[in-house]
Design a protein around this ligand. Structure first.
Ligand code: ZN
Length: 210
């Protein structure tokens, strides 16, 4: 995790602490796309997941990565409580969600790992102005991947995206019948006009396709 990611992650944790789990999850999801096996991302993802199904999936993933982790066991207890609408312990779980990314002034941080990139800002009022360095918009939002498997039609002549229209005309055979009967027995020459054939044409430029 580079300094940028750490700043984003710290911000995400801050959002979660403020109760804005939706925003926090959005940030964490973006981080997890870069580092899918980061256990801290997954644990905070569980904590901020929009629903318990999503949280369960993340929990299973966490168990695969670190089967005997205490934080994961506590995450499971937490999730069980959430699923059953049981009350969570008032003081919270000691290892879930992981505390080391919670800003110093936001929780009881007795045994916290102090990360070198984290700015030591003990005074709360200074925080809002100092947040500028994070700039989440510049690197967070992952580009939406638009998967469009449907073949896109376009007219080969005018590139019109509208599919061709179908109409009918008198077939070649009909014209031959008309010509032959005109010579041999003209009172019935109109019979040829009943021999129709359909064809497709572009509604935009009018070009005929067959
Ligand atoms: Zn066309």
């Amino acid at each position: 995790m580079d300094g940028n990611d750490l700043a984003v992650f710290t911000r995400a944790v801050q959002y979660a602490q403020e109760g804005n789990k939706e925003k926090a999850f959005e940030f964490i999801k973006a981080l997890a796309q870069k580092d899918a096996n980061n256990i801290d991302f997954i644990l905070w993802g569980i904590y901020t997941a929009p629903n318990t199904e999503r949280a369960s999936l993340l929990l299973n993933r966490a168990k695969l990565i670190k089967p005997d982790d205490l934080a994961i066991q506590q995450a499971e207890q937490w999730l069980t409580n959430e699923k059953n609408n049981w009350p969570q312990p008032g003081e919270g779980f000691p290892f879930f969600p992981p505390k080391k990314y919670i800003a110093q002034n936001m929780g009881q941080s007795t045994t916290q790992v102090i990360l070198p990139v984290q700015p030591a800002v003990p005074v709360q009022p200074v925080m809002p102005t100092q947040q500028i360095y994070i700039q989440p918009q510049t690197f967070i939002a992952p580009q939406p991947i638009i998967i469009n498997t449907a073949p896109v039609y376009s007219c080969p002549y005018c590139r019109s995206p509208y599919p061709p229209l179908t109409s009918t005309r008198i077939s070649t055979g009909g014209w031959i019948t008309f010509a032959v009967l005109l010579i041999l027995f003209f009172p019935l020459c109109w019979v040829g006009f009943f021999s129709k054939t359909s064809y497709q044409y572009c509604g935009q430029c009018g070009v005929k396709f067959n």
